[in-house]
Design a binder for this molecule. Structure first.
Ligand code: GLA
Length: 384
């Protein structure tokens, strides 16, 4: 879906050319899961799938929102009447961004917005972040707000946390706003410092597959928030600001101190070991030992499955089947409880693995998964 198509959709809807067209991608996370709200490390990369927005300014306080992917007319809102958690539908994301910008003191006087997306929704690939970031970037440019990418990501996170009401971390919005083609983004979620790590699997004869299990995940169902609250409880019991402050070498002593807090102990173990896995993956990639990251990804899955307990039978089946049919490594990616898994494989094994996963899903009576190759792509940008 190109800029031209979305531009034409805008003209058909609002009867004039848009001032511009922007795009923001979905993401997969290579490693560093459920570490962002513990102020730890994450390493996502952007997908080629994007949400595209054609946008024009308005000066009369009206915000009109329309999506080519949702049936119905444009939704008309007033920017000075936006209130957190007043809207549970898709418009809460773009409206939430406008609310967050205005609440931070920026002048946004209304807009006409027409959107279309190729990021699969509910697949754990950050379709919400793509939607937020594309609107934030468009508003930033049209209203000359001069905000930096990381600041836009923060405001989008605020829109999601407060306006939509989902207690997510900062990873997805930063990935959509800041990723670069051919790279994974190493992000320290404490101070938002970033490093672009070259990640060109094709050049080394490998591929990274995304397997969307088609099990819809939802953050607001409470499980995500519960994990987050228990991680905060763990940090409080251990007397640190965030679990990021527990060094890997201190893990055993920390677990000992948590005594019979069994649930919290498991979460702490995941977070501390996961931060260490991010470090290991970065070292291996920087040493040119890309194949060796496979087992680290799989370790990450086992930790999410057994300690963090956010996997599901479909995600486990992808990982187990992929590994049994020759994958270098595999893990669930994103928030969990459904959504997608990633599989690192030799180029020559892609077909065998894909077939094995599809057959295993059919044999288990699961809905057929959607499998595609993920190439690290560009972050949010203006298209025209
Ligand atoms: C979701 C959230 C992110 C992050 C991941 C888990 O994608 O939006 O902030 O917490 O789950 O790593």
């Amino acid at each position: 879906m190109g800029a031209q198509q979305v531009r034409e959709g805008f003209v058909a809807l609002y009867g004039a050319e848009p001032e511009g067209v922007w795009a923001a991608p979905g993401r997969v996370n290579l490693i560093g899961e459920h570490t962002d709200y513990n102020e730890g490390f994450v390493m996502p990369f952007a997908l080629p799938h994007v949400t595209v927005a054609a946008v024009s300014r308005r000066t009369d306080g009206v915000l009109r929102l329309h999506s080519a992917d949702v049936a119905g007319d444009a939704v008309e809102l007033r920017v000075d009447e936006l209130t957190p958690e007043s809207d549970q539908g898709w418009t809460a994301y773009p409206a939430g961004v406008v609310w967050a910008l205005r609440e931070a003191g920026h002048t946004v006087t209304g807009a006409d917005v027409h959107l279309a997306s190729t990021v699969p929704a509910g697949a754990g690939l950050s379709s919400s972040a793509a939607l937020e970031v594309v609107v934030a970037l468009a508003m930033n440019e049209l209203f000359g707000l001069g905000l930096r990418r990381w600041q836009l990501a923060r405001l989008c996170q605020r829109a999601e946390n407060v306006y939509v009401g989902a207690p997510t971390g900062i990873m997805d919005q930063t990935a959509s706003a800041c990723c670069e083609a051919g790279h994974a983004l190493l992000l320290d979620t404490r101070d938002l410092s970033q490093r672009q790590i070259p990640f060109d699997l094709a050049a080394e004869g490998m591929r990274l597959l995304v397997v969307d299990t088609r099990v819809k995940h939802a953050h607001s169902d409470g499980e995500y928030g519960k994990r987050r609250a228990d991680c905060e409880k763990g940090a409080a019991l251990l007397g640190v600001d965030a679990l990021r402050d527990i060094a890997y070498e201190e893990l055993d002593a920390a677990l000992e101190r948590l005594g019979d807090e069994e649930e919290v102990r498991r979460l702490v173990r995941h977070v501390v070991t996961e931060d260490e896995r991010v470090e290991r993956v970065v070292s291996l990639l920087e040493a040119g030992d890309t194949r060796a990251i496979g087992p680290v990804l799989t370790e990450g899955h086992i930790s999410l499955r057994d300690d963090f307990r956010i996997s599901c039978p479909e995600l486990d089946l992808v990982v187990d089947t992929a590994i049994a049919s020759g994958a270098l490594g595999a893990r669930m990616t994103g928030g969990g409880f459904g959504g997608s898994a990633i599989v690192l494989a030799e180029e020559d094994d892609v077909q065998t693995i894909t077939k094995a996963v599809e057959e295993a899903f059919a044999a288990a009576g699961f809905t057929a998964p959607r499998v595609f190759e993920a190439v690290p792509s560009a972050g949010a940008r203006r298209l025209s």
